[in-house]
Design a protein around this ligand. Structure first.
Ligand code: AMP
Ligand code: ZN
Length: 471
């Protein structure tokens, strides 16, 4: 069964397939490396990761390109405020981004090209646009002539949004105005506030605009035409609209055949963003006692087509859900695979794969996963797997495929690698004994004592487990 996915351009749910018959080649707009990415950004990166994982667990080869925006108004301004070289500044935030990606179990893209690493390619594309009469020079900068590209505005349906197009307005900032379709900067002439961050070009010293970076990188690493392009919904206009214009105006070919946009992560009805100051980073969450896997689970819990509200209640629910999966893993003696490549045999977990192939319906996939986990566990308790090693192995393999498709790392309960200090274990044992003797008062007091020391106990039928308490 193929993956069917909503396409922003056609407004239809369409099959994702490789145009070369072999590899789905896709591009994701990457982070601007000027500070830590927040979990709103990671909603987008996690869903793009799930997109790739769902293809690969269906046996489809992929080629994933994701860029790093390491030169723009924000990176330059911020590095100067700190008094460090742009490269040193962006390298630091790139490393931090990679650490966060690892913690969230995101697959590494096959290539991660940076804007600074592709200045000649950007200049070459601007030259083609100028030569073709699609761009013009003004005061040392070069602008794309929006009126010269007839299809401008198709992706974002500008005509329906009463967004004005004007040949007389020009936009030079990277932090653009979303309500007007102005001619936009391809090359920005050198300004004193740019410091040493400039390059030579046929139009004088300066630097590329933000939009041209992705177009030039896509053309170099994926070709003039490729399978799918993706980002958060805020990128539809003008960034992706401009990317299409810059490429199609010179190639006269369809740039990306499919457009995949992820709705925003919200906090109390507002988009989680740096400018609103309502963001959470993985570091903030860790300080509150939460793990990156729990954040990943929350980010999967809503459909990518709808905004998702972030709450700490949902983080607590994610912890419980993951612990249930850990219990299941322990019962079935499941241990995460250390093999390269993702598992493709879903076996009894096929309904999970089916939900994912249907427009990446992650909430439905999780719902089905828990139903199966319950049913299979009941079957195990009834003895249905006695003497049926092959059937047991199918369950384990299917669970591995499910974890691989969703990018969840589930270790069997009790396998937690954090050492529990001896005195904590002793307190917990005393509490357990008190409970067995129905001395509820002592049991409650000891539970509170453990909590005060940062540990939570969870009782099972025959014993207890300890886990780090949430602050
Ligand atoms: P940036 O680092 O700002 O270039 O953003 C990186 C990615 O995160 C882009 O694809 C954005 O569209 C996406 N993004 C930004 N804010 C949010 C949010 N609150 N929820 C989901 N995605 C977001
Ligand atoms: Zn981009």
């Amino acid at each position: 069964m193929p993956l069917n996915l909503h396409d922003t351009l056609s407004r239809e749910t369409r099959e994702v397939f490789p145009m070369d018959g072999e590899t789905v080649r896709f591009y994701c707009c990457g982070p601007t490396v000027y500070g830590p990415a927040h979990i709103g950004n990671f909603r987008t990166f996690v869903m793009q990761d799930v997109f790739r994982r769902v293809l690969e667990t269906s046996g489809q080869k992929t080629f994933h390109a994701r860029n790093l925006t390491d030169v723009d108004d924000k990176t330059i301004r911020q590095s100067q405020e700190e008094g460090v070289l742009l490269e040193e500044f962006t390298t630091r935030w790139t490393e931090r981004f990679h650490d966060d990606c690892r913690a969230l179990n995101l697959l590494d893209p096959h290539v991660e090209p940076s804007a600074v690493g592709h200045i000649p390619e950007q200049i070459a594309l601007i030259e083609r646009l100028v030569q073709g009469g699609k761009a013009y020079q003004a005061e040392g900068s070069v602008y794309f002539k929006v009126d010269a590209f007839e299809a401008y505005g198709r992706l974002s349906r500008l005509a329906d949004r009463e967004i004005t197009t004007s040949a007389t307005t020009r936009e030079n900032s990277d932090e653009y105005d979303r309500e007007s379709a102005a001619d936009f900067a391809l090359w920005k002439s050198r300004r004193p506030e740019d410091g040493d961050n400039y390059w030579d070009s046929p139009w004088g010293e300066g630097r590329p605009g933000w939009h041209i970076e992705c177009s030039a990188i896509c053309m170099k690493h994926l070709g003039e035409s490729f399978d799918l392009h993706s980002g958060g919904v805020d990128l539809v206009f003008p960034h992706h609209e401009n990317e299409i214009a810059q490429v199609e105006a010179v190639t006269c070919k369809t740039f990306a055949r499919h457009w995949f946009h992820i709705a925003h992560l919200m906090v109390e009805g507002l988009k989680m963003s740096k400018s609103l100051g309502n963001l959470h980073t993985l570091e903030d969450l860790a300080e509150k006692g939460y793990k990156a896997q729990e954040a990943r689970y929350v980010l999967l819990s809503g459909s990518y087509r709808q905004p998702l509200n972030f709450t700490f209640d949902s983080m607590n629910a994610a912890r419980k859900a993951l612990s249930k999966l850990g219990d299941f893993a322990a019962k079935f003696d499941f241990h995460p695979s250390s093999q390269d490549g993702l598992e493709t045999e879903f076996g009894p977990f096929y309904p999970v794969q089916e939900a994912l192939l249907s427009d990446l319906n992650t909430p439905e996939a999780l719902g089905r996963c828990f139903r199966l986990v319950r049913e299979l566990s009941e079957g195990l308790e009834r003895g249905e797997y006695e003497g049926r090693d092959e059937a047991l192995e199918e369950v384990r393999r299917g669970f591995q495929a499910t974890c691989d498709a969703l990018g969840l790392v589930v270790a069997p309960a009790g396998d937690d690698n954090e050492e529990v200090p001896a005195e904590i274990r002793e307190l917990a044992q005393r509490r357990w004994d008190a409970k067995q003797e129905k001395d509820w008062e002592s049991a409650d007091r000891l539970r509170d004592e453990l909590l005060a020391q940062g540990w939570e106990v969870k009782d099972g039928k025959d014993g207890f487990e300890l886990a780090r308490a949430i602050a």
